[in-house]
Ligand binder design. Structure first.
Ligand SMILES: Nc1ncnc2c1ncn2[C@@H]1O[C@H](COP(=O)(O)OP(=O)(O)OP(=O)(O)O)[C@@H](O)[C@H]1O
Length: 579
């Protein structure tokens, strides 16, 4: 739905194969403000749209338990009409999106945000979190007084203008930023608000040219935003609304230092003077603790169990040897309805090299496929996603760069060719299917090397009422920390996987997506009680542990996601302590 063409400015929704000879980032494509074009686009949208039916949404989420904690919690609201949005334009856009009824997280989070309260919200993948933060931002900005400068920028600097957005939405990957940008533009269509995007991998100057025209809502990846702030192209002084999508990832070790700097040291108003909203499908308690620095008197909402997958996804786990994986994949791809436009298949692998190699092999075996990972040029990444979305290549081989947030209609099957290290990453990966009330299938290839994940996987599958193979149960019982909850214990620092992370190809958030900053020591406060924290220096592929107690503590892997030595998710968080 994020890509449907009623909104003429959306750059990522074309169903055409990528035949364009020269690359232009989505936000630079022609933006016709032509009422005739708009009407035609809207008609096309009416014809083409295949949104989930109201009953599907209703059935899918009717049993979702929602828990809110905090003080003076605004009551949930059951319909968009009663949310108190200040403009009919927003309501019209919601209608155009064919959102008939709010999802549970929207019912609970939107009233909280509309009341101006800070918010930490955790809801299952595909359950509509983007709208839950976009709608209140749009509505509340419109109620605020207009900014003094006509276009909320000023030319105080000769070389370029200083943009002063009023809302900032941070996201971890370029593709997700671009998707949120498209969504926010759709939602604010004809409201007069200006929405812009800034992410790395694309030339900065064209992005600045857009910002110079004024921006109300800026969607950005941290790296590119910092660049712009440091170059004095963007000021955060006017930020009144801050949203962190995939907030646990944004405060994970790869990003925390940058995000903290942006939020606390670059002129943004302090908590209390701005409204802050954090959203994710997973929220480890340690990350909640870090995040609480950004919030004031906030309300904590969970829709469904924290970090659990949705019951809409049927999960299967197969025991295979590394050598048999490819054969097994081919069997899988051949045994079901052939991958097609309406039945896309997403295959996750661990490394960039592995992704290239598997995609090449699949293509040669006659399976139309494409590949996305952090070493690809941005142009190639966008092209791959388009080709996948359109069904031209209905198989996408991907690293974790595609694991979070991407909303691609018709992904019917997610295959974890390589399982991730953390169950949180597994939750996000499989969450690319089974979205907005639709059902989906997820298959994982489990090898001996995945033993440390067994316990967490079993817990997760049990929570989602999935059938657990006996052999997996055995692995869970015999694996690390048997008997305890592996979702609150660690398996990092073990001999898991035998990966050498100095090769730089382990884990993948790519260039600007995932900051190459050394691990932020503050994130380890719990695990490393000593004041001296580990400094992981990857220069030249050499790892240095500048930490006197390194021998005594498990060493976190800066490439592995959620790879705190102390665990990645505390399971169904009872929303106390950090709420
Ligand atoms: N109220 C609604 N009615 C129908 N569809 C909706 C509604 N809200 C959102 N959607 C659709 O549901 C899909 C998933 O929404 P979204 O991408 O915001 O999920 P999410 O919770 O952010 O997922 P993730 O955790 O993977 O980032 C989108 O296609 C969106 O357009």
């Amino acid at each position: 739905m994020s890509s449907r063409p009623w909104f003429p400015h959306s750059g990522s929704g074309s169903t055409q194969p990528p035949t364009r000879p020269s690359y232009r980032p989505p936000h630079l494509r022609r933006l016709p403000h032509n009422p005739v074009v708009d009407t035609i686009s809207e008609k096309l949208y009416e014809l083409k749209v295949t949104t989930p039916q109201e009953e599907e949404i209703e059935n899918a989420y009717s049993e979702t338990a929602v828990e809110s904690t905090g003080t003076d919690i605004p009551a949930a609201v059951a319909s968009f009409e009663d949310m108190g949005f200040c403009t009919t334009a927003l309501s019209d856009n919601i209608r155009r999106c064919r959102y008939v009824r709010p999802t549970p997280i929207q019912r609970h989070a939107i009233p909280v945000a509309m009341a101006g309260r800070d918010l930490m919200a955790c809801a299952q993948t595909g359950s509509g979190k983007t709208a839950a933060f976009c709608f209140p931002i749009i509505s509340r900005i419109l109620v605020d007084k207009p900014q003094k400068t006509a276009n909320n920028y000023n030319r105080s600097h000769q070389r370029s203008a200083l943009a002063r957005p009023r809302a900032l939405i941070l996201a971890p990957t370029r593709e997700l930023s671009s998707q949120i940008h498209d969504e926010a533009k759709k939602f604010s269509y004809q409201t007069g608000l200006k929405v812009a995007v800034a992410y790395g991998g694309a030339p900065i100057v064209p992005q600045l040219r857009i910002l110079e025209k004024g921006v109300d809502i800026l969607v950005a990846t941290p790296g590119r935003l910092m660049d712009m702030i440091e170059r004095e192209n963007v000021s955060l002084q006017n930020i009144k609304y801050l949203a962190l999508d995939e907030a646990d990832r944004m405060l994970d070790m790869g990003f925390e230092r940058q995000v903290r700097k942006i939020v606390q040291q670059m002129g943004m108003p302090q908590p209390g003077a701005r409204q802050t909203m954090l959203f994710s499908a997973t929220f480890p308690a340690q990350i909640q603790r870090l995040a609480s620095d950004f919030l004031t008197n906030y309300i904590f909402i969970t829709a469904g169990k924290v970090g659990s997958s949705t019951n809409l996804i049927a999960q299967k786990v197969e025991f295979v040897s590394d050598m048999d994986k490819r054969d097994r994949l081919v069997n899988l791809l051949s045994s079901q309805d052939s991958p097609s436009k309406n039945s896309l298949i997403l295959v996750f692998v661990e490394t960039k090299r592995g992704a290239d190699s598997l995609q090449d092999w699949l293509s040669r075996a006659g399976f139309p496929s494409t590949v996305i990972h952090g070493d690809k040029l941005q142009m190639e990444r966008e092209r791959a996603l388009k080709s996948f979305r359109s069904g031209r290549t209905p198989i996408l081989v991907a690293t974790d760069v595609a694991a979070r947030g991407l909303d691609i209609p018709h992904v019917a099957h997610v295959i974890n060719f390589d399982l991730p290290r953390s169950v949180d990453d597994y939750v996000h990966r499989i969450g690319r299917t089974g979205r907005a009330g639709q059902s989906g299938l997820a298959t994982a290839f489990f090898t001996k090397r995945n033993a440390p994940l067994a316990k967490a996987l079993v817990e997760l599958m049990q929570e989602a009422n999935q059938e657990i193979p006996t052999w997996l149960d055995e692995f869970a019982k015999n694996s690390y920390g048997g008997g305890g909850s592996s979702r609150s214990s660690h398996y990092e620092g073990s001999d898991f996987g035998g990966h050498d992370f100095r090769n730089g190809s382990y884990g993948d958030y790519g260039n600007d997506d995932y900051s190459s900053q050394p691990a932020d020591t503050a994130a380890y406060a719990d695990l490393y009680p000593a004041a001296n924290m580990p400094i992981l220096n990857q220069a030249g592929g050499h790892i240095a542990y500048n930490f006197p107690y390194a021998a005594n503590y498990p060493v976190p892997d800066p490439h592995a996601s959620s790879s705190y030595g102390y665990g990645y998710n505390c399971g169904p968080v009872v929303a106390s302590g950090w709420d």
